[in-house]
Design a protein around this ligand. Structure first.
Ligand code: SF4
Length: 373
């Protein structure tokens, strides 16, 4: 893309920004198609750096990300949609899973100041946003760089902000879920019962090679806690297939584990090498066609489990935050999501986006949209 940009606009200044630059090192700096490379934690200075570059001055634009302890503060005032705002609360990760580049490209955990987050959420609430999604690279580590985990405290503060009606969490590390933590979450009425618990594999031997620090037994217990504390929570996960050394038996173990949990949604990834990570040089790399067939098997399974989860809402009264108006099968509908992130559509003359309305879910309109009446 960078080369294409230069080719199309030979007179332009092509700037590469972020993880690719951070992880690519010398290779990126030597690339003739790139005029300026800006690493992570310097993104907010892009305009200033570009102005200096254009006036012939240069400066260090890639820092040693592994040594940074500062969160790169960037406030968000508006987003493309007008109902849901994604708020970044931390950057970086200390876990070093054997397949992942992130700790090298993004550095160690840096948590954003709570006050800066709250200021941003209040600002967005003032603009009419009703839902906020807390995101980051490893949000379960929020606060650990400042001495103690602080995700719960942050959630309690956001819960108090008028105008915000829903809080969703981005991907969670399963080990954060304890009985006590889940009980505390259960006391936050704005928190949506929708949890993305990172899994990656349903086989203990594979998890060990991945350098994930939990077993499938522990993971299963976390899911049970959530299902005990919340009524019918949506539980979703990421899965990698074809990790180096994943035998047919190991894949079958994963498959059986996923059958047992029945996720609402699974993001299935085919393992791909990341240069410089331990997994990239592991023995017994898996053939691409095996990865593709394993991925297809899990995607078909996901379809079944996802439908079963949606079916469990038939006849139920649910609260929906409407986001858009859409034509479905020739009819005009108001479309939104329930607290469990089930997509629903309602026939209404009135424009509903950014309003919360309750109704009964009566049938499927399509594979992934249900009708609300
Ligand atoms: S997969 Fe997630 S937890 Fe593991 S190193 Fe990457 S960002 Fe960290």
């Amino acid at each position: 893309m960078l080369h294409r940009a230069k080719k199309k606009n030979p007179g332009s200044v092509v700037v590469a920004v972020g993880c690719y630059v951070q992880a690519g090192g010398e290779e990126v700096l030597k690339d003739e198609g790139i005029d300026l490379a800006i690493g992570n934690n310097k993104k907010k200075d892009l305009v200033e750096i570009l102005e200096k570059y254009l006036s012939g001055k240069t400066e260090e634009t890639i820092i040693d990300i592994g040594k940074t302890s500062e969160f790169e503060e960037m406030q968000l005032k508006e987003t493309a949609g007008h109902t849901r705002a994604y708020i970044k609360i931390q950057d970086g990760c200390n876990q070093f899973c054997s397949y992942c580049m992130i700790p090298y490209a993004r550095g160690r955990v840096r948590s954003r100041n709570q006050e800066d987050i709250l200021k941003e959420v209040r600002g967005l609430a003032g603009k009419g946003y009703k839902e906020t999604v807390l995101t980051g690279i490893h949000i379960s580590s929020y606060g650990v760089d400042k001495g103690k985990p602080a995700l719960l405290e942050l959630l309690k503060e956001i819960q108090r902000i008028d105008g915000i009606e829903r809080i969703r969490l981005g991907s969670l590390e399963p080990r954060i879920i304890t009985e006590e933590f889940a009980q505390e979450l259960g006391r936050l009425p704005k928190l949506c019962p929708h949890f993305h618990l990172s899994l990656q594999s349903g086989c203990d031997a594979t998890l060990k090679r991945m350098n994930r620090h939990y077993t499938t037994g522990e993971y299963y217990e976390k899911v049970r806690i959530l299902r005990r504390v919340f009524a019918n929570p949506a539980i979703t996960a990421d899965i990698i297939v074809g990790f180096p050394g994943e035998t047919e038996e190991e894949f079958q173990e994963t498959k059986a584990f996923l059958e047992k949990i029945k996720f609402y949604e699974m993001h299935v990834f085919k393992y791909s090498k990341r240069k410089g990570t331990p997994a990239a040089v592991m023995e017994h790399q898996v053939q691409e066609e095996t990865k593709a067939s394993r991925s297809n098997i899990l995607l078909s399974m996901e379809k079944v489990h996802s439908k079963e989860f949606r079916e469990s809402f038939l006849g139920q009264e649910e609260e929906v935050l409407f986001e858009e108006e859409k034509e479905i099968g020739g009819d005009f509908y108001q479309v939104g999501h329930t607290r469990q992130y089930v997509k629903v559509a309602k026939k209404s003359e009135k424009s509903l986006p950014n309003t919360i309305t309750a109704g009964k879910i009566t049938k499927f309109l399509s594979d992934d949209i249900m009708l609300l009446q």
